[in-house]
Design a protein. Sequence first.
Length: 374
Amino acid sequence: MPRAGATNSRHDRDDARTRRAPVRIDVEELGKSYGDFAALDNISLTVRPGELLALLGPSGSGKTTLLRAIAGLTATEEGIIRFDGEDATSLSLRERRVGFVFQQYALFRHMTVFDNVAFGLRVRPRDERPRTGEIARRVRRLLELVQLQGLETRFPSQISGGQRQRVALARALAIEPTVLLLDEPFGALDAKVRKELRSWLRELHTETGLTTIFVTHDQEEALELADRVVIMRAGRIEQIGTPAEIYDEPATPYVCEFLGGVARFDCTAKDGEAEILGGLFPVGNGDGDYSGPALAYVRAHEIEVVSREQAEGVPAVIRAVRPFGPAITVELSIEGHHDRIEVSVPRELYDGGEIAVGQGIFVRAMSARIFPKD
Ligand SMILES: Nc1ncnc2c1ncn2[C@@H]1O[C@H](COP(=O)(O)OP(=O)(O)OP(=O)(O)O)[C@@H](O)[C@H]1O
């Protein structure tokens, strides 16, 4: 993406001078109930200045409620929300200077793209309202930032869904928000446009440097985009971590299953270790001596096909082969395990004729995550 405003260096310097340091958000023991139902249950969380944070979880886990509470759109009964250490809990959206983008592009249909973006500036009280020329300059700069130059005079019905969502972002940015909050910003768009907008949002975030929180139920989107991911479950935080931490060290069975792409096995742990698919792995983070029933999670690429001579492998039968892509995906059935498991095998094995439906092979897990079974 070209540097926004590259054609206007004096204004760029002005903008840089007036740009504030990114805001830190502290959420402390936040609670929100609807009747007896706890939509948010004792949530504590720090969003670092300038961070791009994803709230990830299934439908109903409380992501939107948390985002709206941080925005000042939903009142909470318990807890405190601080912006840069200042208690913001009772401030409105406008007082918090939050830029908010809804899932369904809430653009004014009777207004042009230009007027939609200018709206937040024009409705300011007279003494805070920029002059007409200044508004026009800012709107043009924002449309450059979201790469929509030339569409100023179009109406929302005359642009694509992805473009509308970028107008919504420009409009949220127009008020020079302290933080940017996005509620499933690409939720209503098709998969291809979503992917395009993903990398675009990452670049926009680098460009603006704003503390940004976005809600998604798409794990790939969260892991690909965010600096850190918050995994939510039934109004609580299940795990917070970088995408690598969440992926490599999922804290609970729930996180493993939510991320998907894993095979689950029942097994038995002894003295802090459990054997699964021919490998011996530590329970949890490895510092316990748990013995008893356990759950093991293994990803497709963590299972290798081994030759018959190797003692550690377990026998499996090939049930289906998906021979496309850099690795071949094979579905296996393993005795004593009712679900089929997926394994990635190198192309060479397939090309060598060793991979065919009905054939018996041996497999071994190279790594696994083991949890005590509650
Ligand atoms: N105004 C309301 N009245 C009653 N219950 C509500 C209200 N708003 C939300 N809830 C409930 O609170 C829970 C959390 O809702 P929330 O919208 O935060 O979930 P979410 O994780 O964002 O889900 P989704 O991905 O479907 O948007 C849900 O069970 C929902 O039914």
